[in-house]
Design a protein around this ligand. Structure first.
Ligand code: ZN
Ligand code: ZN
Ligand code: ZN
Length: 793
């Protein structure tokens, strides 16, 4: 380079980059960019993240710094960049430095990411050396979290340690200009993991043998395994397919017979099953998909997206009986892509759409270890498509809905976990145990809160064991030794029992709905001392007065809350035990509203006569009746009153169907009202109006829509009143009821009209899957430092 007098003076900047910046191709990216801009300096990894020094003309350095964030590799998540100016050294060459000691590394682990376009192109390029290799990956894609045994994220610390790199892979791994530079899971057919198909023990082996007759003898190895799996699926069999975060149970989603077999073996009568289609056009045959939904479907996290189902599609009705939605996901591993495409030398067509459901029994955790899977799944499947890359961390598929163009998480797991959520203030090292259903836990330290993957419902011993194992894994991975454990105040929760009996740490108890509100505050970055008007609407949560809460309006900060309004208590015979029977919630609400159980009402007809008289006696004498202010139960009650749902086989089913009935309604909507007296919100008049409309033959869709609008207006009017009383202009919406996209939309519109700021969930689920984040924030705020307290004692 020649020095020109007019050239701008050289500057040298020292940068420190934190976030998910290791193991994601960040150093080669920096190297390429610096070389392209003819800048000097170096880049390297250390315990804090990535450090860079860059030198050259000021405008070029500025351009470099801008692109460092804007053009970062797809898997990178830049949290912060700190820049200091230092003296120029006259350096013109740019180098990648060896990693510095990372003995105290607390770096971030990237979530697993769907196979990228570049790798896919190679996968189907007959000239590529990884043609049809089911484990192709690069720094921009592939497994991460699920193969990480410990940090730092280097190959010997992953389950890839068993596979020694061949020369060709090693060359790519060590070449800074290569897309696979330091891609820890890099592999090829010569040195990496392999797949295998084998038939299960059963009479149906013959069917596969029959179907395999169309496959040429010359088809071997991977292709033969894929062809055999496709043949088995065509024959209506159920397969166990080992994936990224565990085993899936897979069958043909267009076949009633195959799904019936799967459902009866899995003991899952009608809970919806997710399906996988090849691509967005393939998914469009099954469901209505807008641009935002298509973006989420095909994005790097590849969650299951809940979509509105087409009335006419090749999908079997049994995939989601009576449900207007269907959960769709697209292939995210190379193995999935191979499964959906024709095998060379094989005439039979590949599958069009497959059921892909977690490999487990009913609500137990997903199977991920080979031995355990063979033991627990062998009764459920006819054949196995497996591989020999061990899964270290089990991780279910994530589930999202799309609201106003944004993701509304329903289950945050693969593709998202364990990305940290940034806390608005410092936390002592702690672990928050989460809730009882849809459990996730949260490990926090400093400003980071790591939410775990989906653990499951804590009812079974298997889930409890998975919970304990995962807590240990997380704490070990991030080297956080919790000083405090946080649990829900419910005395019956397994998580509280674990906190008090197993964890050997001071325990902080947190009220359920306060945790919901705090969760949505954290992810929206509400500062430490600010308060919000929080609507925590869910099915059930323990109230300090022993009642079941769930229709709560709280004025809350992180440290404390005041209950400013709630649904009036209704005695619920049997309490939580009746959540599978929405008609009982309806009968309880009718009773409380003073509405006669006359024979023309649908919940009365849905209840067996004996049960009716038992219930009447229970209510008259107050036997085993738990007072409840649950909004979830009110949705159940209205759902039953309108005939949408009287009994359910999975949580929130009645509310989901009520939302659907409302959402599909066009035309005039009746105007219903809640009445608020002091701090009690009364639904009696509203229920009476619905009953009258029902008797006048009003369309269920109109009444359901009217009910949704009434809840949205209730939120707006209550928020407005509390704004006058408190001066707070921010409204937080959380709790499982806000999985209802129609309700969120209506409430947002009403509140925006009143110029109030609305906080809704985008990062963690509004349901109990997001609870742990709120618990962590509340405990961190209440106990700034446990160490200090020890000294005071
Ligand atoms: Zn790739
Ligand atoms: Zn290789
Ligand atoms: Zn809840």
């Amino acid at each position: 380079m020649t020095e020109v007098a007019a050239a701008p003076a050289a500057v040298r900047h020292r940068l420190r980059v934190t976030g998910v910046v290791q193991g994601v191709g960040f150093r080669p990216f920096v190297y390429r960019m610096a070389t392209e801009l003819a800048l000097g300096g170096h880049v390297g990894n250390d315990s804090g993240g990535v450090f860079v020094e860059v030198e050259g003309p000021q405008p070029d350095v500025a351009c470099f710094e801008r692109r460092l964030v804007d053009d970062a590799p797809p898997m990178a998540r830049v949290a912060t960049v700190e820049t200091t100016a230092v003296l120029p050294l006259g350096e013109h060459r740019f180098r990648i430095l060896e990693s510095r000691s990372r003995a105290v590394a607390r770096t971030f682990v990237s979530p697993d990411v769907a196979v990228c376009e570049d790798c896919l192109a190679e996968l189907f390029d007959p000239a590529d050396r990884r043609y049809r290799y089911p484990f192709i990956n690069c720094t921009n894609c592939g497994p991460r979290f699920t193969i990480t045994v410990r940090l730092p994220y280097d190959r010997p610390n992953t389950t890839m340690r068993a596979f020694e790199l061949c020369e060709a892979c090693s060359d790519e791994y060590n070449d800074p200009a290569d897309r696979r530079f330091h891609a820890q899971p890099v592999a090829c057919a010569a040195c990496g993991p392999r797949i295998q198909f084998y038939a299960g023990a059963g009479a149906t082996v013959a069917a596969v043998a029959e179907a395999m007759k169309g496959v040429a003898e010359a088809v071997e190895g991977t292709d033969r395994a894929i062809a055999a799996a496709q043949a088995a699926l065509r024959a209506g069999q159920v397969l166990a397919v080992k994936g990224l975060g565990g085993y899936h149970l897979v069958c043909d989603a267009t076949s009633d017979a195959a799904i019936r077999t799967l459902r009866s073996r899995k003991a899952r009568p009608d809970k919806p099953l997710a399906v996988m289609a090849l691509d967005v056009p393939g998914a469009q045959v099954l469901a209505h998909i807008n641009a935002a939904e298509a973006g989420v479907l095909s994005g790097p996290a590849r969650p299951i997206v809940l979509l509105s189902r087409r009335s006419r599609s090749p999908l079997s009705e049994l995939v989601a009986p009576g449900n207007p939605y269907v959960g769709v996901l697209l292939p995210y591993t190379p193995l999935h892509h191979l499964l959906f495409r024709p095998v060379p030398g094989c005439d039979a067509p590949p599958p069009q759409v497959l059921v892909m459901t977690s490999g487990n029994l009913s609500d137990e955790p997903i199977c991920y270890e080979d031995g355990e899977a063979r033991e627990r799944l062998s009764r459920l499947v006819d054949g196995w498509l497996v591989h020999d890359r061990p899964i270290h961390v089990p991780c279910d598929d994530s589930v999202v809905r799309v609201e106003a163009g944004h993701e509304l998480p329903v289950r945050r797991s693969r593709g998202y976990a364990p990305l940290p959520v940034r806390l608005p203030f410092e936390s002592v090292p702690l672990v928050a145990a989460g809730g009882e259903l849809k459990n996730t836990f949260c490990l926090a330290a400093g400003r980071d809160a790591w939410m775990s993957q989906h653990i499951g419902d804590m009812g079974s011993v298997h889930t409890l064991a998975a919970f304990k194992r995962s807590v240990r894994q997380f704490a070990g991975m991030y080297r956080v030794n919790p000083e405090l454990v946080v649990a829900d105040a419910h005395p019956g929760y397994q998580t509280r029992r674990w906190a008090e009996e197993d964890a050997n740490r001071p325990v902080e108890l947190v009220q359920h709905h306060h945790a919901h509100v705090a969760a949505v505050m954290v992810e929206n970055g509400v500062p430490a001392d600010e308060r919000v008007i929080g609507f925590a609407f869910d099915g059930t949560g323990y109230g300090p007065d022993g009642a079941i809460w769930g229709g709560e309006v709280l004025v809350a900060g992180y440290g404390s809350f005041e209950r400013r309004a709630h649904l009036r208590y209704v005695p619920l015979p049997g309490g939580d035990a009746t959540i599978h029977k929405p008609y009982r919630a309806a009968l309880a609400h009718l009773w409380a509203a003073g509405i006669e159980w006359s024979a023309d009402l649908l919940p009365v007809r849905a209840a067996p006569p004996v049960e009716l008289s038992v219930l009447r006696r229970q209510l008259e004498r107050g036997i085993q009746c738990v007072p409840t202010s649950s909004m979830g139960r009110l949705f159940d009650a209205v759902s039953s009153l309108l005939g949408a749902r009287h009994t359910v086989s999975y949580e929130a089913q009645a509310a989901i169907e009520l939302e659907t009935v409302a959402g599909s309604h066009v035309g005039l909507v009746p105007r219903y009202r809640f009445e608020t007296i002091d701090d009690e919100i009364d639904s009696s008049a509203l229920l009476l109006a619905i009953v009258e409309d029902f008797r006048h033959g009003c369309a269920p869709g109109a009444m359901a829509a009217g009910f949704h609008e009434a809840v949205a207006r209730l939120i707006a009017e209550t928020a407005d009143r509390l704004r006058h009383e408190t001066g707070i202009g921010t409204v937080a919406l959380s709790g499982g009821v806000f999985q209802n996209v129609l309700l969120v939309r209506l409430a947002r519109a009403e509140l925006t009209r009143l110029h109030m700021r609305v906080l809704a969930h985008r990062l963690v689920p509004p349901n109990d899957g997001g609870l742990a984040l709120g618990q962590a924030a509340i405990a961190a705020r209440r106990r700034p430092s446990v160490a200090c307290l020890e000294v005071l004692r």
